[in-house]
Design a protein around this ligand. Structure first.
Ligand SMILES: Nc1ncnc2c1ncn2[C@@H]1O[C@H](COP(=O)(O)OP(=O)(O)O)[C@@H](O)[C@H]1O
Ligand SMILES: [Mg+2]
Length: 647
């Protein structure tokens, strides 16, 4: 590439051997990635570059490579360092209109192509085989829920969709590699769609969700475009559309896992934790159930229920109550969120339970999905307020398992803590419980002197703010407590959660899911797992928190899209290789013949499993940190976070 390859946006000067980059960058990560790509390809041809703020014509950054003969490694290090520094310097100062530059860049990095598209399609038809989803993934009590004839989101269930999609990909691999196209069902003003996506991708079928009238729900109206890369929907499409046939084809991703209930439902995860703990009976240092998960009784199980009522009627319980006030908390196990189905067992709830279960006599005969849990009676308080953590976990792939941890934030109650209170706003930390207060404030009233933004800031704390508070109160002394204690604890807890449930997820190359995981911290700084939510609510943040969450959402897209591009890059070059080596031919009837088909099928299964190609790895500034990668074995699989004796 000589001269003005990037036209007016990036100019290469032959005289000074340097780049001039014009504009104002708003998206730091994106520019890092793009520049990284350019520089890796072209570093041999230039000696320096400078970046100019076109509004002031001032040089913002100037870099010269001293010699062309430096080693490859030194150059790479230099480039990475420069880009990193640059990105810090540039944040907010420079932009290139994204679309324009992207179009230019596309000419530079034309996506890889199939050497013989029509033959490639036949090869893929042979190797990319559809395997029906097993019925047990739809268990809901004893009823099967899969219903591929019921419409969802007005989208058609086209039996040929994935075949058409494959055809489109073969003709133009750019539909996967060029730009990230996302299909949403959430409203247009939703933070994910409105604030996180625009800088990183396209809203590919914007009318879906927009015109979601009751009629659209019940009819098959919309064709799904073949250039959708990611289905990002609040509803689990995989319950109504056949994965790999109607949607989520080999060259797509979708954001719900099959089997996610085993993690996301309060009853199933309790059962899974109990089963998992059995593996560690002789190794309590590895996992001890009673230090991780508040003890839980499943009231729909006869024996558990009877055991619970024995305790409820004991003298010890009466004694404990005097000291702790609240000893148990009752929850509806499924389909309840935002604190709605959760009730601390106070006097009134105790009487309710005794009535419903006839004080234990009716155990096993009550059709209620209740569980009871030990109430964590000694929560650490922040200036007398209870809080819990909402932390993010991304399962980027289940074939094989690849998972990431991401920092979250604290949800602090507005009311002062008082264990003898019966007010959920005091005992529970769900943000949604304060809806009334927010509604009032929106109407112009102040709440204890706070307007809406101040209320949000009072309720949503960053990790840093927590650490500063704990240091100030001398509850901790380590100034790196977050890195040395809290984050590793979260990561380890998440590894346990996924080890408990990995067996339950369908091994799928095309699915991923973001979970919001809740933890409580007690006065001994022990973390308690409360629940994992699939499809966590995203929105309603304070200004600084919103910025943090928008970036988190963008980062999770980068990972999902990176997984997709990595996989399809391998698929593409594998098929090209078969064709180039003359291993696929059409016979006289036009049927495809692949030499040593069984071996090819095996190889294809291997290359289409997920792992990151170097160029599609999460960028340096991506906030997600890998916790599991089952492409590796032993301790490496868990990034060294699991001791050898605990594997
Ligand atoms: N065992 C427990 N001990 C103390 N507080 C709890 C316990 N379980 C839940 N809570 C509080 O109740 C809130 C709601 O419970 P959770 O299980 O997350 O249900 P929901 O699905 O309604 O969010 C939690 O965020 C936490 O503040
Ligand atoms: Mg919750």
């Amino acid at each position: 590439m000589k001269g003005t390859g990037l036209m007016s946006l990036m100019k290469f000067s032959e005289i000074t051997q340097s780049w001039r980059i014009e504009g104002i960058f708003t998206n730091r990560d994106w520019i890092i990635e793009e520049m990284n790509n350019i520089f890796q390809d072209y570093f041999n041809r230039f000696r320096s570059f400078h970046i100019i703020n076109t509004q002031t014509e001032q040089k913002v950054y100037n870099l010269k490579f001293p010699t062309r003969k430096m080693s490859f490694a030194v150059k790479i290090i230099l480039i990475v360092l420069t880009i990193y520094t640059l990105s810090t310097l540039l944040a907010g100062q420079l932009t290139i209109p994204k679309k324009q530059l992207q179009e230019k860049l596309l000419h530079l990095k034309r996506s890889p192509q199939f050497h013989n598209p029509s033959l490639a399609l036949k090869v893929l038809q042979k190797l990319d085989v559809f395997s029906p989803v097993e019925e047990h993934y739809f268990k809901n009590g004893n009823k099967s829920r899969s219903n591929y004839h019921q419409p969802l989101l007005g989208l058609k269930n086209d039996e040929e969709y994935c075949e058409k999609q494959r055809d489109a990909f073969v003709k133009n691999p750019g539909i996967v590699f060029d730009e990230m196209n996302v299909l949403f069902d959430i409203g247009r003003s939703h933070l994910v769609r409105n604030k996180a996506l625009p800088q990183i991708g396209n809203d590919i079928q914007p009318t879906i969700g927009e015109h979601m009238s009751a009629r659209d729900w019940k009819e098959f109206i919309y064709d799904i475009r073949p250039d959708v890369n990611i289905f990002w929907t609040s509803r689990a499409m995989n319950e109504h559309k056949h994965l790999g046939k109607h949607f989520s084809c080999l060259s797509q991703m979708s954001n719900h896992l099959l089997g996610r209930r085993e993690l996301g439902r309060k009853d199933y995860i309790a059962e899974n934790a109990i089963a998992y703990a059995k593996n560690f009976k002789s190794r309590p240092q590895c996992f001890s159930h009673d230090k991780f998960f508040p003890e839980t009784w499943l009231l729909y199980e006869k024996e558990d229920c009877q055991n619970f009522f024995k305790i409820l009627n004991s003298v010890e319980y009466e004694e404990t109550k005097k000291e702790k006030h609240i000893v148990f908390i009752r929850k509806i196990a499924s389909a309840s969120h935002r604190g709605e189905g959760v009730q601390p067992v106070d006097k009134a709830e105790e009487e309710d339970l005794k009535m419903i279960y006839e004080n234990g006599r009716k155990c096993g005969a009550v059709d209620k999905n209740y569980i009871v849990q030990t109430y964590v009676h000694n929560p650490l308080l922040l200036n007398d307020h209870k809080f819990d953590f909402r932390v993010y976990m991304l399962v980027a792939s289940t074939d094989p398992m690849i998972a990431f941890y991401h920092d979250g934030f604290l949800r602090v109650t507005l009311a002062n803590y008082d264990a003898s209170s019966s007010d959920k706003k005091v005992l529970l930390t769900n943000l949604a419980l304060n809806k009334q207060i927010y509604d009032d404030v929106k109407g112009g009233h102040l709440y204890e002197g706070m307007d809406e933004e101040s209320l949000k800031q009072a309720q949503q704390w960053s990790y840093q703010r927590l650490q500063d508070y704990l240091l100030e109160k001398k509850i901790i002394t380590d100034p790196n407590w977050l890195d040395n204690y809290l984050r590793p604890q979260f990561k380890k807890a998440m590894i346990h959660l996924l080890r408990m449930t990995t067996h339950a997820f369908r091994k799928d190359r095309t699915t991923f899911e973001l979970f919001g995981v809740d933890f409580l911290l007690d006065t001994n700084l022990n973390l308690w797992f409360i629940e994992a939510n699939s499809g966590p609510a995203i929105g309603g943040y304070s200004v600084p928190m919103e910025k943090f969450i928008v970036k988190m959402v963008q980062d999770h897209f980068e990972i999902a899209y990176g997984i997709l591009k990595s996989r399809m890059k391998r698929v593409l070059s594998y098929v090209n290789k078969i064709i180039d080596h003359n291993e696929a031919k059409l016979d006289v009837n036009g049927e495809i013949e692949i030499r040593d088909l069984q071996a090819k099928e095996r190889e294809f299964r291997e290359i289409s499993k997920n792992y990151f190609e170097r160029e599609f790895e999460p960028s340096l500034t991506n906030g997600f940190k890998k916790i599991i990668d089952a492409n590796y074995e032993g301790m490496k699989m868990y990034q060294g976070l699991v001791e050898p004796e605990c594997l």
